[in-house]
Design a protein around this ligand. Sequence first.
Ligand code: ADP
Ligand code: TRP
Length: 330
Amino acid sequence: MSRVLTGIQSSGKPHLGNLLGAILPAIELANAQSAPAFLFIADLHALTTIRDPAQLQENTYAVAATWLACGLDPERHVFFRQSDVPEVTELTWYLGCLAPYPMLANAHSFKEKAERLAEVSAGLFTYPVLMAADILLYQADLVPVGKDQKQHLEMTRDLAGAFNRTYGETFKLPEPVFREEVMVLPGIDGRKMSKSYGNTLDVLGDLETLHKRVKRIVTDPTPVEAPKDPQKCIVFQLYSVVAPPEAVEEMRQRYLAGGYGYGQAKEALFEALKTRFAAQREAYLHWSQDRVALEKVLQQGAAKARAEAQKTLSEVRRKVGVRPVAVSFS
Ligand code: ADP
Ligand code: TRP
């Protein structure tokens, strides 16, 4: 009985890379266990970059609608918004008091910005501690994440170990689950597909916009008649992760034979994206237009998550020497 847990920051609407690289594999891993998984929207983490409250909420609903559209069953699993469980910020403090400065100063997310220290908030600096609290609060066993999160998982294990050594056995040490088989998908400009590069494909949104974006994918100037190397082409790389294997093989042969233009390949890619995500697009439209329903799902998830969080936190409070929260003064 392994408890799977993962979070996705609400820093924007999820794109094809997030779907294939994170959301769909996490749902698959969650469904393969008999125990309910804990899946959440990390809106407190998103606050390290987003300062516009309306934008934060917009993104949070977009991420929630995406998980549900991708088939997450909120009855079977615990699906919630990080900020609905305030216990996580309290645990962040206890763990933060055990986090050595050099460990945090060594984090990639911090080091990337270390040359412009004035732009580094305390929130960004302690980002890994909040992530450790996310995982330890729910006593997770398996944490599916991208390779970029490896260091954060190591810090989580270190903090759990430090707490257990200081105060006695309390936390399980979680295991990361890396998705070796999923490659890092390229965006329309050939760099890693990422919100921060503005090179994403929004496969759950409007089809006309998607079509335009697909047409903008960068290709080399090889003429139509000439044979082409499929491995070097972004259109082919994307096609190969969304189309059925026979169709991929057929396109590969066409590239090698010549007489097949990138324009034709882009049309085939657009059609494949349209078909592959048709059901999810319809479900996304439904969820994103019904915030009342989304809120209901999130609140139900929060109630389940909080019950679990309070169990861990009351043990933690007792162990560190802080009194239980007074429920009433009467
Ligand atoms: P972004 O780079 O768009 O801001 P995030 O860093 O929020 O995306 O990533 C959320 C999840 O999606 C992570 O688990 C990450 O591994 C996965 N992911 C992001 N971009 C890609 C991509 N281009 N290919 C595969 N997986 C990706
Ligand atoms: N930091 C993760 C990312 O950027 C998101 C995240 C927050 C997370 N808390 C988590 C992932 C806990 C796994 C477990 O992708």
